[in-house]
Design a protein around this ligand. Structure first.
Ligand code: NAD
Length: 257
């Protein structure tokens, strides 16, 4: 018996095998979920290859900045499955120049709006479009990915830190709105992972080193830690948990130094 037996999960944000979304998808598949993937067009061939390894051939291409893609995907998901049970929002974007050494004070209006649009508005957009299909199953669960740069200053994280603060606040407002329909919304605040997006952040290796040295567990986390945390939030194990930010970071976020 798997914790996700009979459940349909929709995963946004797989780019390659290093993606946090991929670790979560593997965990959900292991627990019996039927998986559908929503990926940017240029990632599609790689995502299709990965999806096939866990028995899924359901891939939709999607740019969350496009007003038509997300509604069309949920429409197709509804036709295919009737309803859905879980949504993983594991995506973010900022211009490289805004997270690679320039001071935050120099962020442009366009750079600011782009980061907030792709990384934050997309959660509300996806939640709104997913709502009827989650409701069709009597409720469900949405998980997004955040980072400590929302609460503390992490040099170079800059506009993405501001975006993550807005994301975590969005989680609380969405949890309130959707709670009436028994839809839960939570965030995982993850320790640093060497992914495509992380490589764009200047000084990422320093962040990893500091976590390894100073986290209470004196180590970093891995993708499976995030998969298991997401499983808790997306399955009935977490059925009374909503509006929360769960830190999965070997405890690093409690440290002052
Ligand atoms: P990743 O590069 O593997 O994934 C980012 C995904 O965002 C990619 O699949 C990309 O296609 C998608 N994306 C970007 N713009 C998009 C758009 N306009 N439309 C649709 N999809 C778009 O990197 P990741 O580290 O797995 O990132 C996943 C999430 O985890 C992000 O929200 C990130 O901020 C967060 N996070 C990452 C770390 C880390 O250290 N890697 C730590 C904490 C939180």
């Amino acid at each position: 018996m798997g914790l996700m037996d009979g459940k349909v999960a929709v995963v946004f944000g797989v780019a390659n095998h290093r993606s946090i979304a991929w670790s979560i998808a593997q965990t959900l598949a292991r627990e019996g979920a039927t998986l559908a993937f929503c990926a940017q067009e240029r990632m599609e061939p790689e995502v299709r290859k990965l999806a096939n390894t866990i028995g899924s051939n359901e891939i939709y291409t999607c740019d969350v900045g496009n007003d038509l893609d997300v509604p069309s995907i949920f429409h197709q998901l509804g036709e295919r499955h009737g309803g859905i049970d879980a949504v993983v929002h594991s995506l973010a974007f900022a211009n490289r120049e805004d997270i690679s050494g320039k001071r935050f004070v120099e962020v442009s209006r366009d750079g600011f709006l782009l980061a907030l649009d792709v990384s934050v508005y997309s959660l509300a957009f996806i939640a709104r479009e997913a709502e009827p299909f989650l409701k069709a199953r009597g409720g469900g669960s949405i998980v997004t990915l955040s980072y400590l740069g929302s609460e503390r200053v992490v040099p170079n994280y800059n506009v993405m830190g501001v975006a993550k603060a807005a994301l975590e606040c969005s989680v609380r407002y969405l949890a309130y709105d959707l709670g009436l329909s028994q839809i839960r919304v939570n965030a995982i605040s993850a320790g640093p992972q060497r992914t495509l997006s992380a490589r764009a952040i200047s000084g990422f290796q320093d962040i990893e080193r500091i976590v390894n040295e100073h986290a209470p567990l004196r180590r970093n986390i891995d993708g499976m830690d995030l998969g298991n945390a997401a499983l808790y939030l997306l399955s009935d194990l977490g059925k009374s948990v909503t509006g929360q930010v769960l830190h999965v970071d070997a405890g690093y976020s409690i440290m002052a130094l």
